[in-house]
Design a protein around this ligand. Structure first.
Ligand code: SF4
Length: 347
């Protein structure tokens, strides 16, 4: 008769089974990464990843000569890189921007389902009506918009450059119509004093940061510098030592002498922060809920749709190609070009 294992032995067996499982998953992941590296070479492709994507994807982009950055630099890098295929790990508007700026290149994404609450919250037809109602205003849209919305704009901006562009337009006596992020728009309005009419959109990740929770955390870590992305509510922005885009947050963490930082943006940025300044400590700013009750918990659900598996499949089979209507792309190119030219001269 077969002897029953003791409870202790059963636990040991379970643990060793689990460890074997973990090792095999790691082997699978390593094999998948190797496959992606080989495919990038074979397909004459380069990986362009956003700071909010999975750390493994960011590491792959770096290891293969691609780029990890904010949406402005992603756009520039993809346009200037000689590869014939761009693989954009991020959300849909980033793939569209890459295609608009590089119409002769093939642009693939791990998934075409990854979108953005700002893009969703600004449908092109409603936005166009809004613009028609305010013909005296210069239309400035955030990069987180569809190609159709960009095509309706005079300027496209990213969070790295929004303040400078609106400041410049204000100095020219122009009144602004801003879309879609109301928090970034009102921050720009407060900082520049410009006449800004806001569209009512928000990022579901940054909208969840809470001032009271942040104050409580600041009391526990009084020496920590507070770094806040301007898509956060004004009450959170007010508590910041530095307000800035992802790249500006990374630069602040590198340059400030503080040893601890409370960071109000997507947690994906921690990969780059810890890589750049491993001896400093980073804490995520509190969001609306503890665990299950918040919608994103500082982790963009659409950015999280980019994974090794769908990245490899897209590359292997040429899936998820981003296509933009050429007429629309031509119109959207004008405000994008303006931004890139402005950035070249002013950043
Ligand atoms: S983090 Fe916010 S702004 Fe960025 S893609 Fe996600 S929903 Fe959009």
């Amino acid at each position: 008769m077969e002897q029953q294992a003791s409870p202790q032995q059963w636990v040991r067996d379970q643990i060793s089974g689990l460890q074997a499982g973990v090792e095999s998953v790691e082997i699978d992941r390593d094999a998948q990464k190797k496959r992606i590296k080989d495919l990038l070479q074979a397909r004459d492709a380069v990986l362009v990843a956003h700071y909010y994507t999975d750390p493994e994807i960011q590491a792959l982009a770096e290891e293969t000569g691609g780029c990890v950055s904010d949406s402005l630099e992603m756009a520039r890098f993809g346009r200037d890189h000689p590869a014939s295929t761009l693989v954009v790990a991020g959300v849909k508007f980033m793939g569209e921007t890459a295609k608009i700026l590089s119409p002769d290149k093939r642009v693939l994404m791990p998934t075409l389902e990854a979108t953005c609450s700002l893009d969703i919250g600004c449908p092109a037809d409603e936005f166009s009506d809004f613009c028609d109602q305010h013909p005296d205003r210069t239309v400035v849209v955030y990069a987180n918009t569809s190609a159709a919305v960009k095509a309706r704009a005079d300027w496209v901006v990213t969070s790295s450059i929004a303040l400078k562009v609106v400041d410049y337009l204000d100095s020219q006596g122009e009144k602004i119509l801003w879309a879609p992020d109301k928090h970034l728009g009102s921050y720009v309005q407060r900082e520049t004093g410009a006449d800004v009419l806001l569209w009512d959109g928000a990022c579901i990740v940054h909208d969840e940061f809470k001032a009271q929770g942040l104050r409580d955390l600041m009391a526990v870590y009084p020496d920590a510098a507070v770094l806040v992305h301007p898509e956060s509510p004004a009450s959170v922005v007010e508590l910041a030592d530095v307000v800035g885009s992802t790249t500006q947050i990374i630069n602040a963490a590198r340059d400030l002498e503080n040893r601890q930082f409370i960071v109000a943006t997507d947690q994906g940025i921690f990969y780059k922060l810890q890589q750049l300044v491993p001896d400093k400590e980073f804490l995520i700013a509190p969001t609306a809920g503890n665990g299950a009750s918040c919608r994103s918990c500082a982790n963009c659900p659409w950015m999280a749709m980019n994974a090794l598996d769908n990245l490899a499949e897209a590359l292997d089979r040429g899936l998820n190609e981003v296509l933009v209507d050429p007429g629309l792309a031509d119109k959207a190119m004008m405000p994008l070009d303006r931004m890139l030219e402005f950035a070249r001269k002013n950043l």
